[in-house]
Every structure is written in C-alpha cells, then in structure tokens.
Design a protein around this ligand. Structure first.
Ligand code: PEP
Ligand code: MG
Length: 322
C-alpha cells in the first residue's frame, strides 16, 4: 500500500473529474513541517501555536514567535500556512498565567476570550504573525469564536497592529487572509453573517462535536458519543459550507474528521474546499479524492443528510466506500 500511495506525493490533490481540492497538514511545532512535505501536503491548514506557550515559565516574546512563524512561512514557500492564534484554556493550561480553576474549563475562560482581554498576550502574537507574513503565504485564524462581536474585536486588534507596524515602517503582507474556526454551534447558526467578515472558515470538528452533542472530548467513558457521524454534526458541517459559499469564501476542516476515510465522500460532496490533517493521513486522502467525482460525491452527501442515526450513517458510508 505504501508504494501505491507514494504515487500521490507529488501529485496535486484532485477529484476524479479534475477539480482541485487542497490537502494540507496540521502542525504544532516546526518539526512537524518535514513530515507534512514528505507526505505531499500542500501547505498547513492549522498551526496550533499553543506549543510556543507551553513547557516554559513565561509568555514567549514577540521576537521568539516571529522567528518561528517566519521559519514556517519560509519553509513552506508559496504554500499556505494557516496560523491559529493562541488557544489555551480547556484542557491546555498555562501555569504561569495563574488563572483560577474552573468547574467547566471547556466552557470557560479560554482562547479568544482571553486574548481579547489581554493585549499583553494577543498583541505580541499578532505583531509576530503580521511581520512574518512578509516572508511567505501566511493566514491568520481565530479559534473559539462564538459571537460576531468577538470576531469584530479580534479583527480590530489586527487593524490596530497593522497601523502600528506601518508607523514603524515594518513590512507585512497587506492582503493577508483572516479566517476563523467554526467549532461552536453558535458560529454555525450565524455562519451566514460571520462569512461576510472573514476570508475563510475552518471547521474544528473536535470541539464542534463536543459542543453539539454535549460530550466532553476528554472523557473516555462517553468517548463513543464523541463521533462525527451524528446527523446533527453532519448537518452543521453542511450548513457551514453553504454559508461560506454563499459569500464566496473558502471553507476547510482541521478537526480529526478531515482525515477520516469513511467521511471523505460526504465532505467532498458537501463542498469542502480544504482538508487539513495529521501528516500520516495525507496520501490516503489524496488517493481517495482521486476516486470520486464531485457530482457522484454530492449525490451521496445528500443521501447521508437524510439518515437518522450514527449507525445508519456509518453503515451507509461503509457501503459506498471505494
Ligand atoms: C478542533 O477543535 O477541531 C480543532 C482542530 O482544534 P483543537 O483540536 O486544537 O481544539
Ligand atoms: Mg478546537
């Protein structure tokens, strides 16, 4: 199998009928770039920047972050690198920030909620990102957006930082794309409005499933309920894609489900433009994409959306598997 898959390494990800789809990798640190390129990844769809902040005793400086983002941009060249701003809280704690313990950390003070209150955290990261954008094809993505107000506030911070950099005569890419994760049901339900304010969406199924089905993604006892085949989750994915395309923006997926072989015809047929996954899944997904035409997949996706249970969905997806 490995031999067969190697064929797709240097091939563009394309459907059977020749439509380009982007297949990219998820990364947490610079060491993850080599495997993504080795497996034929066409860029990075999610750079989880949390690692820069973990296992240390203080916040990373603007300069430290700049070096890392610049290196990622340079290594990937023209290929896109979507950098997600800090997503801590939930299961990822930063001891040196000394936030109070919470009863429900996944519903608590985390990610963009922290960043919007803490310029000392958010601005150095945005400055580093914008400065690094002069060296490659970077894009910025905000995590855990639940409201329009948060999105607009985050965008206003970017504008503020751009103005600062201009007054300092520092370079950045003026066309830098700004996107957001769709990982909270509230964002799905208002995706038609949010889509008017961003250049792209990326669906984070890990959290989206957790919040949709009310299942803690870390709790092993109920782990079987944290799965992407729930009809509610599939409908959320579909709705997000429709809202994005209505506004002519692209939509990717960077949660685990993007590398799920069974789900591929559904995601392709529902209209997903970009699939971002861990490096090990890339070749297989490229191969599967090459076996489906858009119309064939779209027909199957429509059928999937009529099904009523996880088992029905799974059985159906298995029955159409190539
Ligand atoms: C997600 O929630 O699906 C996601 C990609 O982000 P993380 O797993 O880092 O929360
Ligand atoms: Mg998430």
């Amino acid at each position: 199998e490995q031999k067969r898959l190697e064929f797709y390494k240097d091939k563009k990800a394309q459907t059977k009928d020749g439509v380009d789809i982007e297949v990219v990798g998820n990364m947490g640190n610079l060491n993850d770039i080599a495997p993504i390129l080795e497996k034929g990844g066409e860029g990075v769809g999610l750079f989880r920047t949390e690692f820069l902040y973990m296992d240390r005793s203080e916040l990373p400086t603007e300069e430290e972050q700049f070096e890392v983002y610049k290196k990622a941009a340079e290594t990937m060249g023209d290929r896109p690198v979507v950098i997600r701003t800090l997503d801590v809280g939930g299961d990822k704690d930063l001891p040196y920030l000394d936030f109070p313990k919470e009863m429900n950390p996944f519903l608590g003070y985390r990610a963009i909620r922290i960043c919007l209150e803490r310029d000392d955290i958010f601005k150095p990261q945005l400055r580093a990102l914008l400065r690094a954008s002069a060296f490659g094809n970077l894009k910025i993505m905000f995590p855990m957006i639940a409201t329009m107000d948060e999105l607009l506030a985050a965008k206003a911070k970017v504008a503020e930082v751009k103005a600062e950099l201009e007054s300092e005569d520092k370079d950045y890419n003026k066309d830098l794309e700004i996107g957001m994760m769709i990982e909270i049901p509230a964002a799905v339900m208002t995706a038609d409005q949010l889509a008017k304010e961003v250049d792209f969406f990326s669906i984070g199924t890990n959290d989206l499933i957790q919040y949709t089905v009310a299942v803690d993604r870390m709790n092993e006892k109920i782990a079987q309920m944290h799965n992407p085949y729930h009809p509610a989750v599939l409908r959320m994915v579909k709705k997000t894609i429709e809202s994005a395309h209505q506004e002519n923006i692209w939509v990717g997926m960077c949660g685990e489900a993007a590398g799920n072989e069974l789900l591929l015809p559904f995601l392709l047929g529902a209209g997903l433009d970009e699939f971002s996954m861990s490096a090990v899944s890339i070749l297989k997904i490229k191969e599967l994409l090459s076996q489906w035409t858009i119309s064939e997949a779209a027909q199957k996706a429509e059928k999937v959306l009529e099904l009523k249970s996880v088992d029905e969905v799974k059985d159906y997806l298995k029955s159409i598997q190539k």
